[in-house]
Each structure stands twice: as structure tokens, then as C-alpha cells.
Design a protein around this ligand. Structure first.
Ligand code: BEZ
Length: 402
């Protein structure tokens, strides 16, 4: 953060924090929350995620991952038990300010974890900038959150949209591909992933010949697939996730394009969907900050624990939720659970080195992960790692006064 901005933030927050401490630990018997002296009140964690609609599975995986990180710490973070407050954001940007206000004003949560959809992320940002609540975003890649709208209390454990497609330019160049069409939903995530790809591809001498969009969350792909067939690019690159990714992969195959025009994308296209798509995704190559077959000690332990607890295989969303729990643990451990010491929590989270199933990562100055981008290829039911497409890729954080 900008030095002056941070100094004034720290002072303001220190005063707020001191008031919070006075409210919960005065030497009396019964404290305002009904808390007995000597115990710390439960930490209130607000989960704002999609639990209905096309991104439902993503919201569930993030929730599972976060709770697994908490359970691995005996159900506590910074020594405090957790009380969860949950809001289904329906991936609806119009309802985002009201939904996040429910957590902040009504439930008075200490921390907000959310969300998946970039448009909803931006709807949360204004409310959370004003309240100063610690916010960890476990997915939504909206560039502005850690760019022009960055703030000391905003953290992301996932990726920026730009990051998720930027390395694809190099990947296509290495395969001798010079022309491509990009297809996606028309909203911040799709547009920013298109930009990230275009920048990387053009740097390598490639040409993006057409951008094709449909409104979120529509999945009527037929007309656009017909257009792709008539353009005949050397490759198709896309961003779709969740239910939309399943439908797109099946429709691409049904339209006769699979095997004719190679399909690439950010890895959300094939993560968490392989059981549902049959062989429609076989051979599809993507870039992402997680992959199957990383074969590290941390990843193996995480996968085993996740499968045992939830009877499900983890995916990138589960990893991002798990790392949100790990990052918050790092912040709270440093202040012994005293979330009122916001400056202390922020300082510890900024310095954290996260031992993630994806591989170790740290935060950039704008609070976005600096991380390896893997090239993956669908083989059977796995996004098999092929190598590192870009080592320690950092988002450019354009507009963040860090
Ligand atoms: C987004 O809206 O930022 C997003 C949604 C699903 C997967 C990846 C990104």
C-alpha cells in the first residue's frame, strides 16, 4: 500500500481496534456479548458465496476447503472458535452490496470470505472499503480488487483474471499457433481473461482474430460455435466455469469442433467438471495455478484429508478456500486471536508464506498471490500437469498505489 495511505489507515484502525479490545476484555465477569472473562468470544466468519446457480459447486468447494483448514487447527483460528454466518450471493452483482451488508451490519462479522463471481466481488468492494472489515477473496479474479480499488483490508488467495490466461500466449506460440478466437461470458471475468490472453499472445506475435461473447449465465452456444466453424481459427481459447463449462465442452464436441480446432482455456474450463463431461474434455490444455499430479507432500496430504472428510475429490476452488483459512490463521496467530488489532493481522498476512497444495506462494504488495502457472492437459479424469507455463507470475496490479 501507499506509505501515507497505510500510516493513516493503521492509526485509524489502531483506535478502532483498541475500542474493540476494551469491549471484550475489561475486568468484569460478564462482558457485553455474554462472554465470561478469560475466554475469547467466537470469531465471526462471514461466508458470502454462490450456493445456487451455475457456480454452486464452486461455492461448496471453497466452503469445504476453508472449513478443512479450520478443522486442521482444532476448529480454532488464533486460538478462537469459529462461528459461521452464511449468505448465498446467487452470483448476482446487483444484490452484492445488500448481501455483504447483511454480514457486516446485521451479523457484525469479524472477517468476510467471498466470493466467486467478479461482478459480485466489485459489488462487495465499496461496502468493505468503508467498513474496513478484513476481506479474503477465495476466487473472483476481478483485476480492480487488487488494482485500482485495492485497499489494506483486501486480500485474495486465488488469482487475478489476467493471471489465469496470460501464460497461454507462450503456450500457443510454442505449438506454432498464430491465430485464435476467444469465447466467453460477457462480464468482468470473461473480458479480463480475454485481455490477459490477448496481451500475452500478441507479445508472442499471435493474432486474436475475434472475440465472441454471450451474456452471463446463458449457455446457448450454438450460434457462436457455428461462427467459429466459419472463421476457422488455428485455436479456440475460452473462459467458462462450473455448469457453463460442462455445457460448453459438450456442445463443442457435439458441434464437431473437437479434434478439428484445438481448444484451450484458463483451467476453470476443466477443473471440477471432468466427472460430468465424459470424453468431451479429453486432450484440452489449460493454464492454472493448480493441477493434478503435482505430487508434493502438502498436496497429497490435502487431497487425502479432503477426500476423507467430504467424500469428494478437491479442485482448484477447494484449494483457494483452504488457503483462505491458512492465510487467516497466519494473521490471527500473530495477534493471538485479537482481530481488533487489525494492523497486526494485516502485517502478518502480508508477510505470510503459504504452504499450499498448489505449491508455496506469497502475496504481492497489492495482496494478490504471486504463483506458478501450470500447463495442464486433460487425461481421463485428471488435469495432468505438463510443466510450469510461467514461473512466479505476478499480476501487474495496474492502478494500485502500492
Ligand atoms: C470470476 O467471475 O472471477 C470467476 C468465476 C469462476 C471461475 C473463475 C473466475
Amino acid at each position: 500500500m501507499h506509505k501515507n495511505q497505510k500510516a493513516s489507515y493503521d492509526r485509524r484502525e489502531f483506535l478502532r481496534g483498541s475500542a474493540a479490545i476494551a469491549g471484550t476484555t475489561v475486568a468484569g465477569v460478564l462482558l457485553p456479548t455474554g462472554q465470561v472473562f478469560g475466554q475469547q468470544a467466537k470469531l465471526k466468519v462471514g461466508l458470502m458465496l454462490p450456493y445456487t446457480g451455475t457456480y454452486t459447486q464452486l461455492g461448496i468447494a471453497i466452503t469445504n476447503g476453508f472449513k478443512l483448514a479450520v478443522e486442521e487447527r482444532g476448529g480454532k483460528l488464533g486460538g478462537r472458535e469459529i462461528e459461521y454466518f452464511t449468505v448465498d450471493d446467487e452470483s448476482n452483482p446487483a444484490k452484492a452490496p445488500e448481501n455483504v451488508s447483511k454480514l457486516v451490519q446485521r451479523d457484525k462479522v469479524d472477517v468476510v470470505i467471498g466470493t466467486v463471481h467478479s461482478g459480485v466481488v466489485m459489488g462487495m468492494a465499496k461496502v468493505l472499503k468503508e467498513s474496513g472489515t478484513i476481506w479474503i477473496n477465495p476466487n473472483g479474479g476481478a483485476g480492480a480488487m487488487t488494482g485500482a480499488a485495492c485497499a489494506p483490508n483486501f486480500f485474495r488467495t486465488s488469482f487475478s483474471n489476467w493471471q489465469s490466461t496470460h501464460a497461454l500466449g507462450k503456450v500457443l506460440k510454442a505449438k506454432g499457433i498464430k491465430t485464435a478466437v476467444f469465447i466467453t461470458h460477457k462480464y468482468a471475468a470473461g473480458e479480463e481473461m480475454m485481455e490477459g490472453f490477448k496481451e500475452g499472445f500478441e507479445k508472442e506475435g499471435g493474432k486474436l482474430v475475434k472475440e465472441l461473447y454471450l451474456p452471463f449465465p446463458q449457455v446457448e452456444f450454438q450460434a457462436l460455435l457455428t461462427e467459429i466453424a466459419s472463421i476457422k481459427p488455428e485455436a479456440v481459447v475460452c473462459f467458462f466455469a462450473g455448469g457453463a463449462a460442462i455445457k460448453f465442452l459438450k456442445d463443442y464436441q457435439a458441434a464437431g469442433l473437437k479434434g478439428k480446432i484445438p481448444l484451450f482455456g484458463s483451467g476453470f474450463l476443466t477443473d471440477g467438471v471432468l466427472d460430468a463431461v465424459g470424453d468431451a474434455a479429453e486432450g484440452v490444455e489449460t493454464t492454472l495455478h493448480y493441477a493434478d499430479g503435482l505430487d508434493t507432500k502438502k498436496d497429497k496430504a490435502f487431497r487425502l484429508a479432503y477426500a476423507k472428510t467430504f467424500k469428494l475429490q478437491p479442485d482448484v476452488y477447494a484449494v483457494q478456500g483452504y488457503d483462505a483459512g491458512q492465510l487467516l490463521a497466519a494473521g490471527l496467530d500473530a495477534v493471538k486471536g485479537n482481530i481488533g488489532d487489525k494492523a497486526g493481522v494485516i502485517k502478518a498476512m502480508e508477510a505470510a508464506k503459504i504452504d499450499s497444495p498448489r505449491g508455496p506462494w506469497t502475496l504481492s504488495k497489492s495482496h494478490n498471490p504471486v504463483q506458478d502457472m501450470y500447463l495442464r492437459k486433460v487425461v481421463g479424469k485428471e488435469n495432468k500437469v505438463q510443466g510450469v507455463a510461467w514461473k512466479a507470475l505476478a499480476d501487474p496490479a495496474r492502478g494500485c498505489k502500492a
